[in-house]
Design a binder for this molecule. Structure first.
Ligand code: CDP
Length: 231
């Protein structure tokens, strides 16, 4: 039997990481984990429980409440995708709302939040056969992953894609608002002290600006097959 490898996909906001990770996992019959959904889940919890007064994280109360935040993925047979559950409630749609996007990078910068989620993520990937996307997957969560991909695309193209996605979901927003949020998150994610977004030297860079989802899948799949054969 062929060895099941670990695939880490990192990159900036809305560059096609999740689309690629999902498609790759489907082709390889691997587990797909959207680590960003977990940071979004914690952010939703904070917003609902008054832990982001005036948009500023109440660090000590957040850390004290972390043990009460239970995050889980469950397969949704309708969409054929895994939905995020926060303390037993399906929050897959809620975590994609602009209000969560506006605050998530501040929550993701907190040391103990990262500590908790990284432990959970490592458990999920314990046996290989996983594709996980995020910001610190190749650098911190799975530094020994057999395949690391770093995905990029031009900011305007990324904003256009995310705007289209939100429009399709009938979420009230504007292109300018989406672009601004994307720029702000990229800045916060790359400059924070705790596990900033970095391109590790062993990561393969894929610029998806001019690629269709099918083209980016083909490229990534070729690397995955090569790594699986050498594993
Ligand atoms: O889908 P998009 O790329 O816009 O974002 P996401 O993957 O849903 O992640 C939302 C936010 O969570 C990011 O902007 C980061 O601030 C944070 N995040 C992180 O810090 N580390 C990860 N492994 C994944 C996400």
């Amino acid at each position: 039997m062929q060895k099941k490898i670990t695939i880490a996909i990192d990159g900036y906001s809305s560059c096609g990481k999740s689309t690629l990770a999902k498609a790759l996992a489907k082709e390889l019959e691997y587990i797909f984990i959207d680590s960003g959904a977990m940071y979004r889940g914690v952010t939703l919890y904070c917003l609902r429980n008054g832990l982001l007064p005036e948009g500023i994280p109440a660090v000590a109360p957040i850390e004290a409440t972390l043990e009460h935040i239970d995050l889980d993925f469950k397969f949704n047979p309708e969409t054929k995708q895994a939905d995020l559950y926060l303390n037993g409630e399906n929050v897959e749609e809620l975590i994609r709302m602009p209000e969560v996007a506006a605050h998530v990078s501040k929550i993701a910068a907190l040391k103990n939040v990262r500590h908790k989620l990284v432990l959970d993520q490592r458990k999920m990937g314990m046996n290989g056969g996983i594709v996980m996307d995020g910001r610190d997957i190749g650098s911190v969560v799975f530094p020994t992953a057999e395949l690391k991909l770093f995905i990029t695309a031009l900011p305007e193209i990324r904003a256009q894609r995310r705007y289209k996605e939100l429009k399709e979901k009938k979420v009230e927003t504007s292109f300018e608002e989406v672009l601004e949020n994307l720029r702000e998150r990229d800045y916060l994610d790359s400059t924070r002290t705790e596990s900033p977004l970095v391109q590790t030297p062993d990561a393969i860079v894929i610029d998806t600006s001019d690629l269709t989802p099918e083209e980016q899948l083909r490229i990534a799949l070729n690397y995955a097959i090569e790594k699986t054969q050498n594993a």
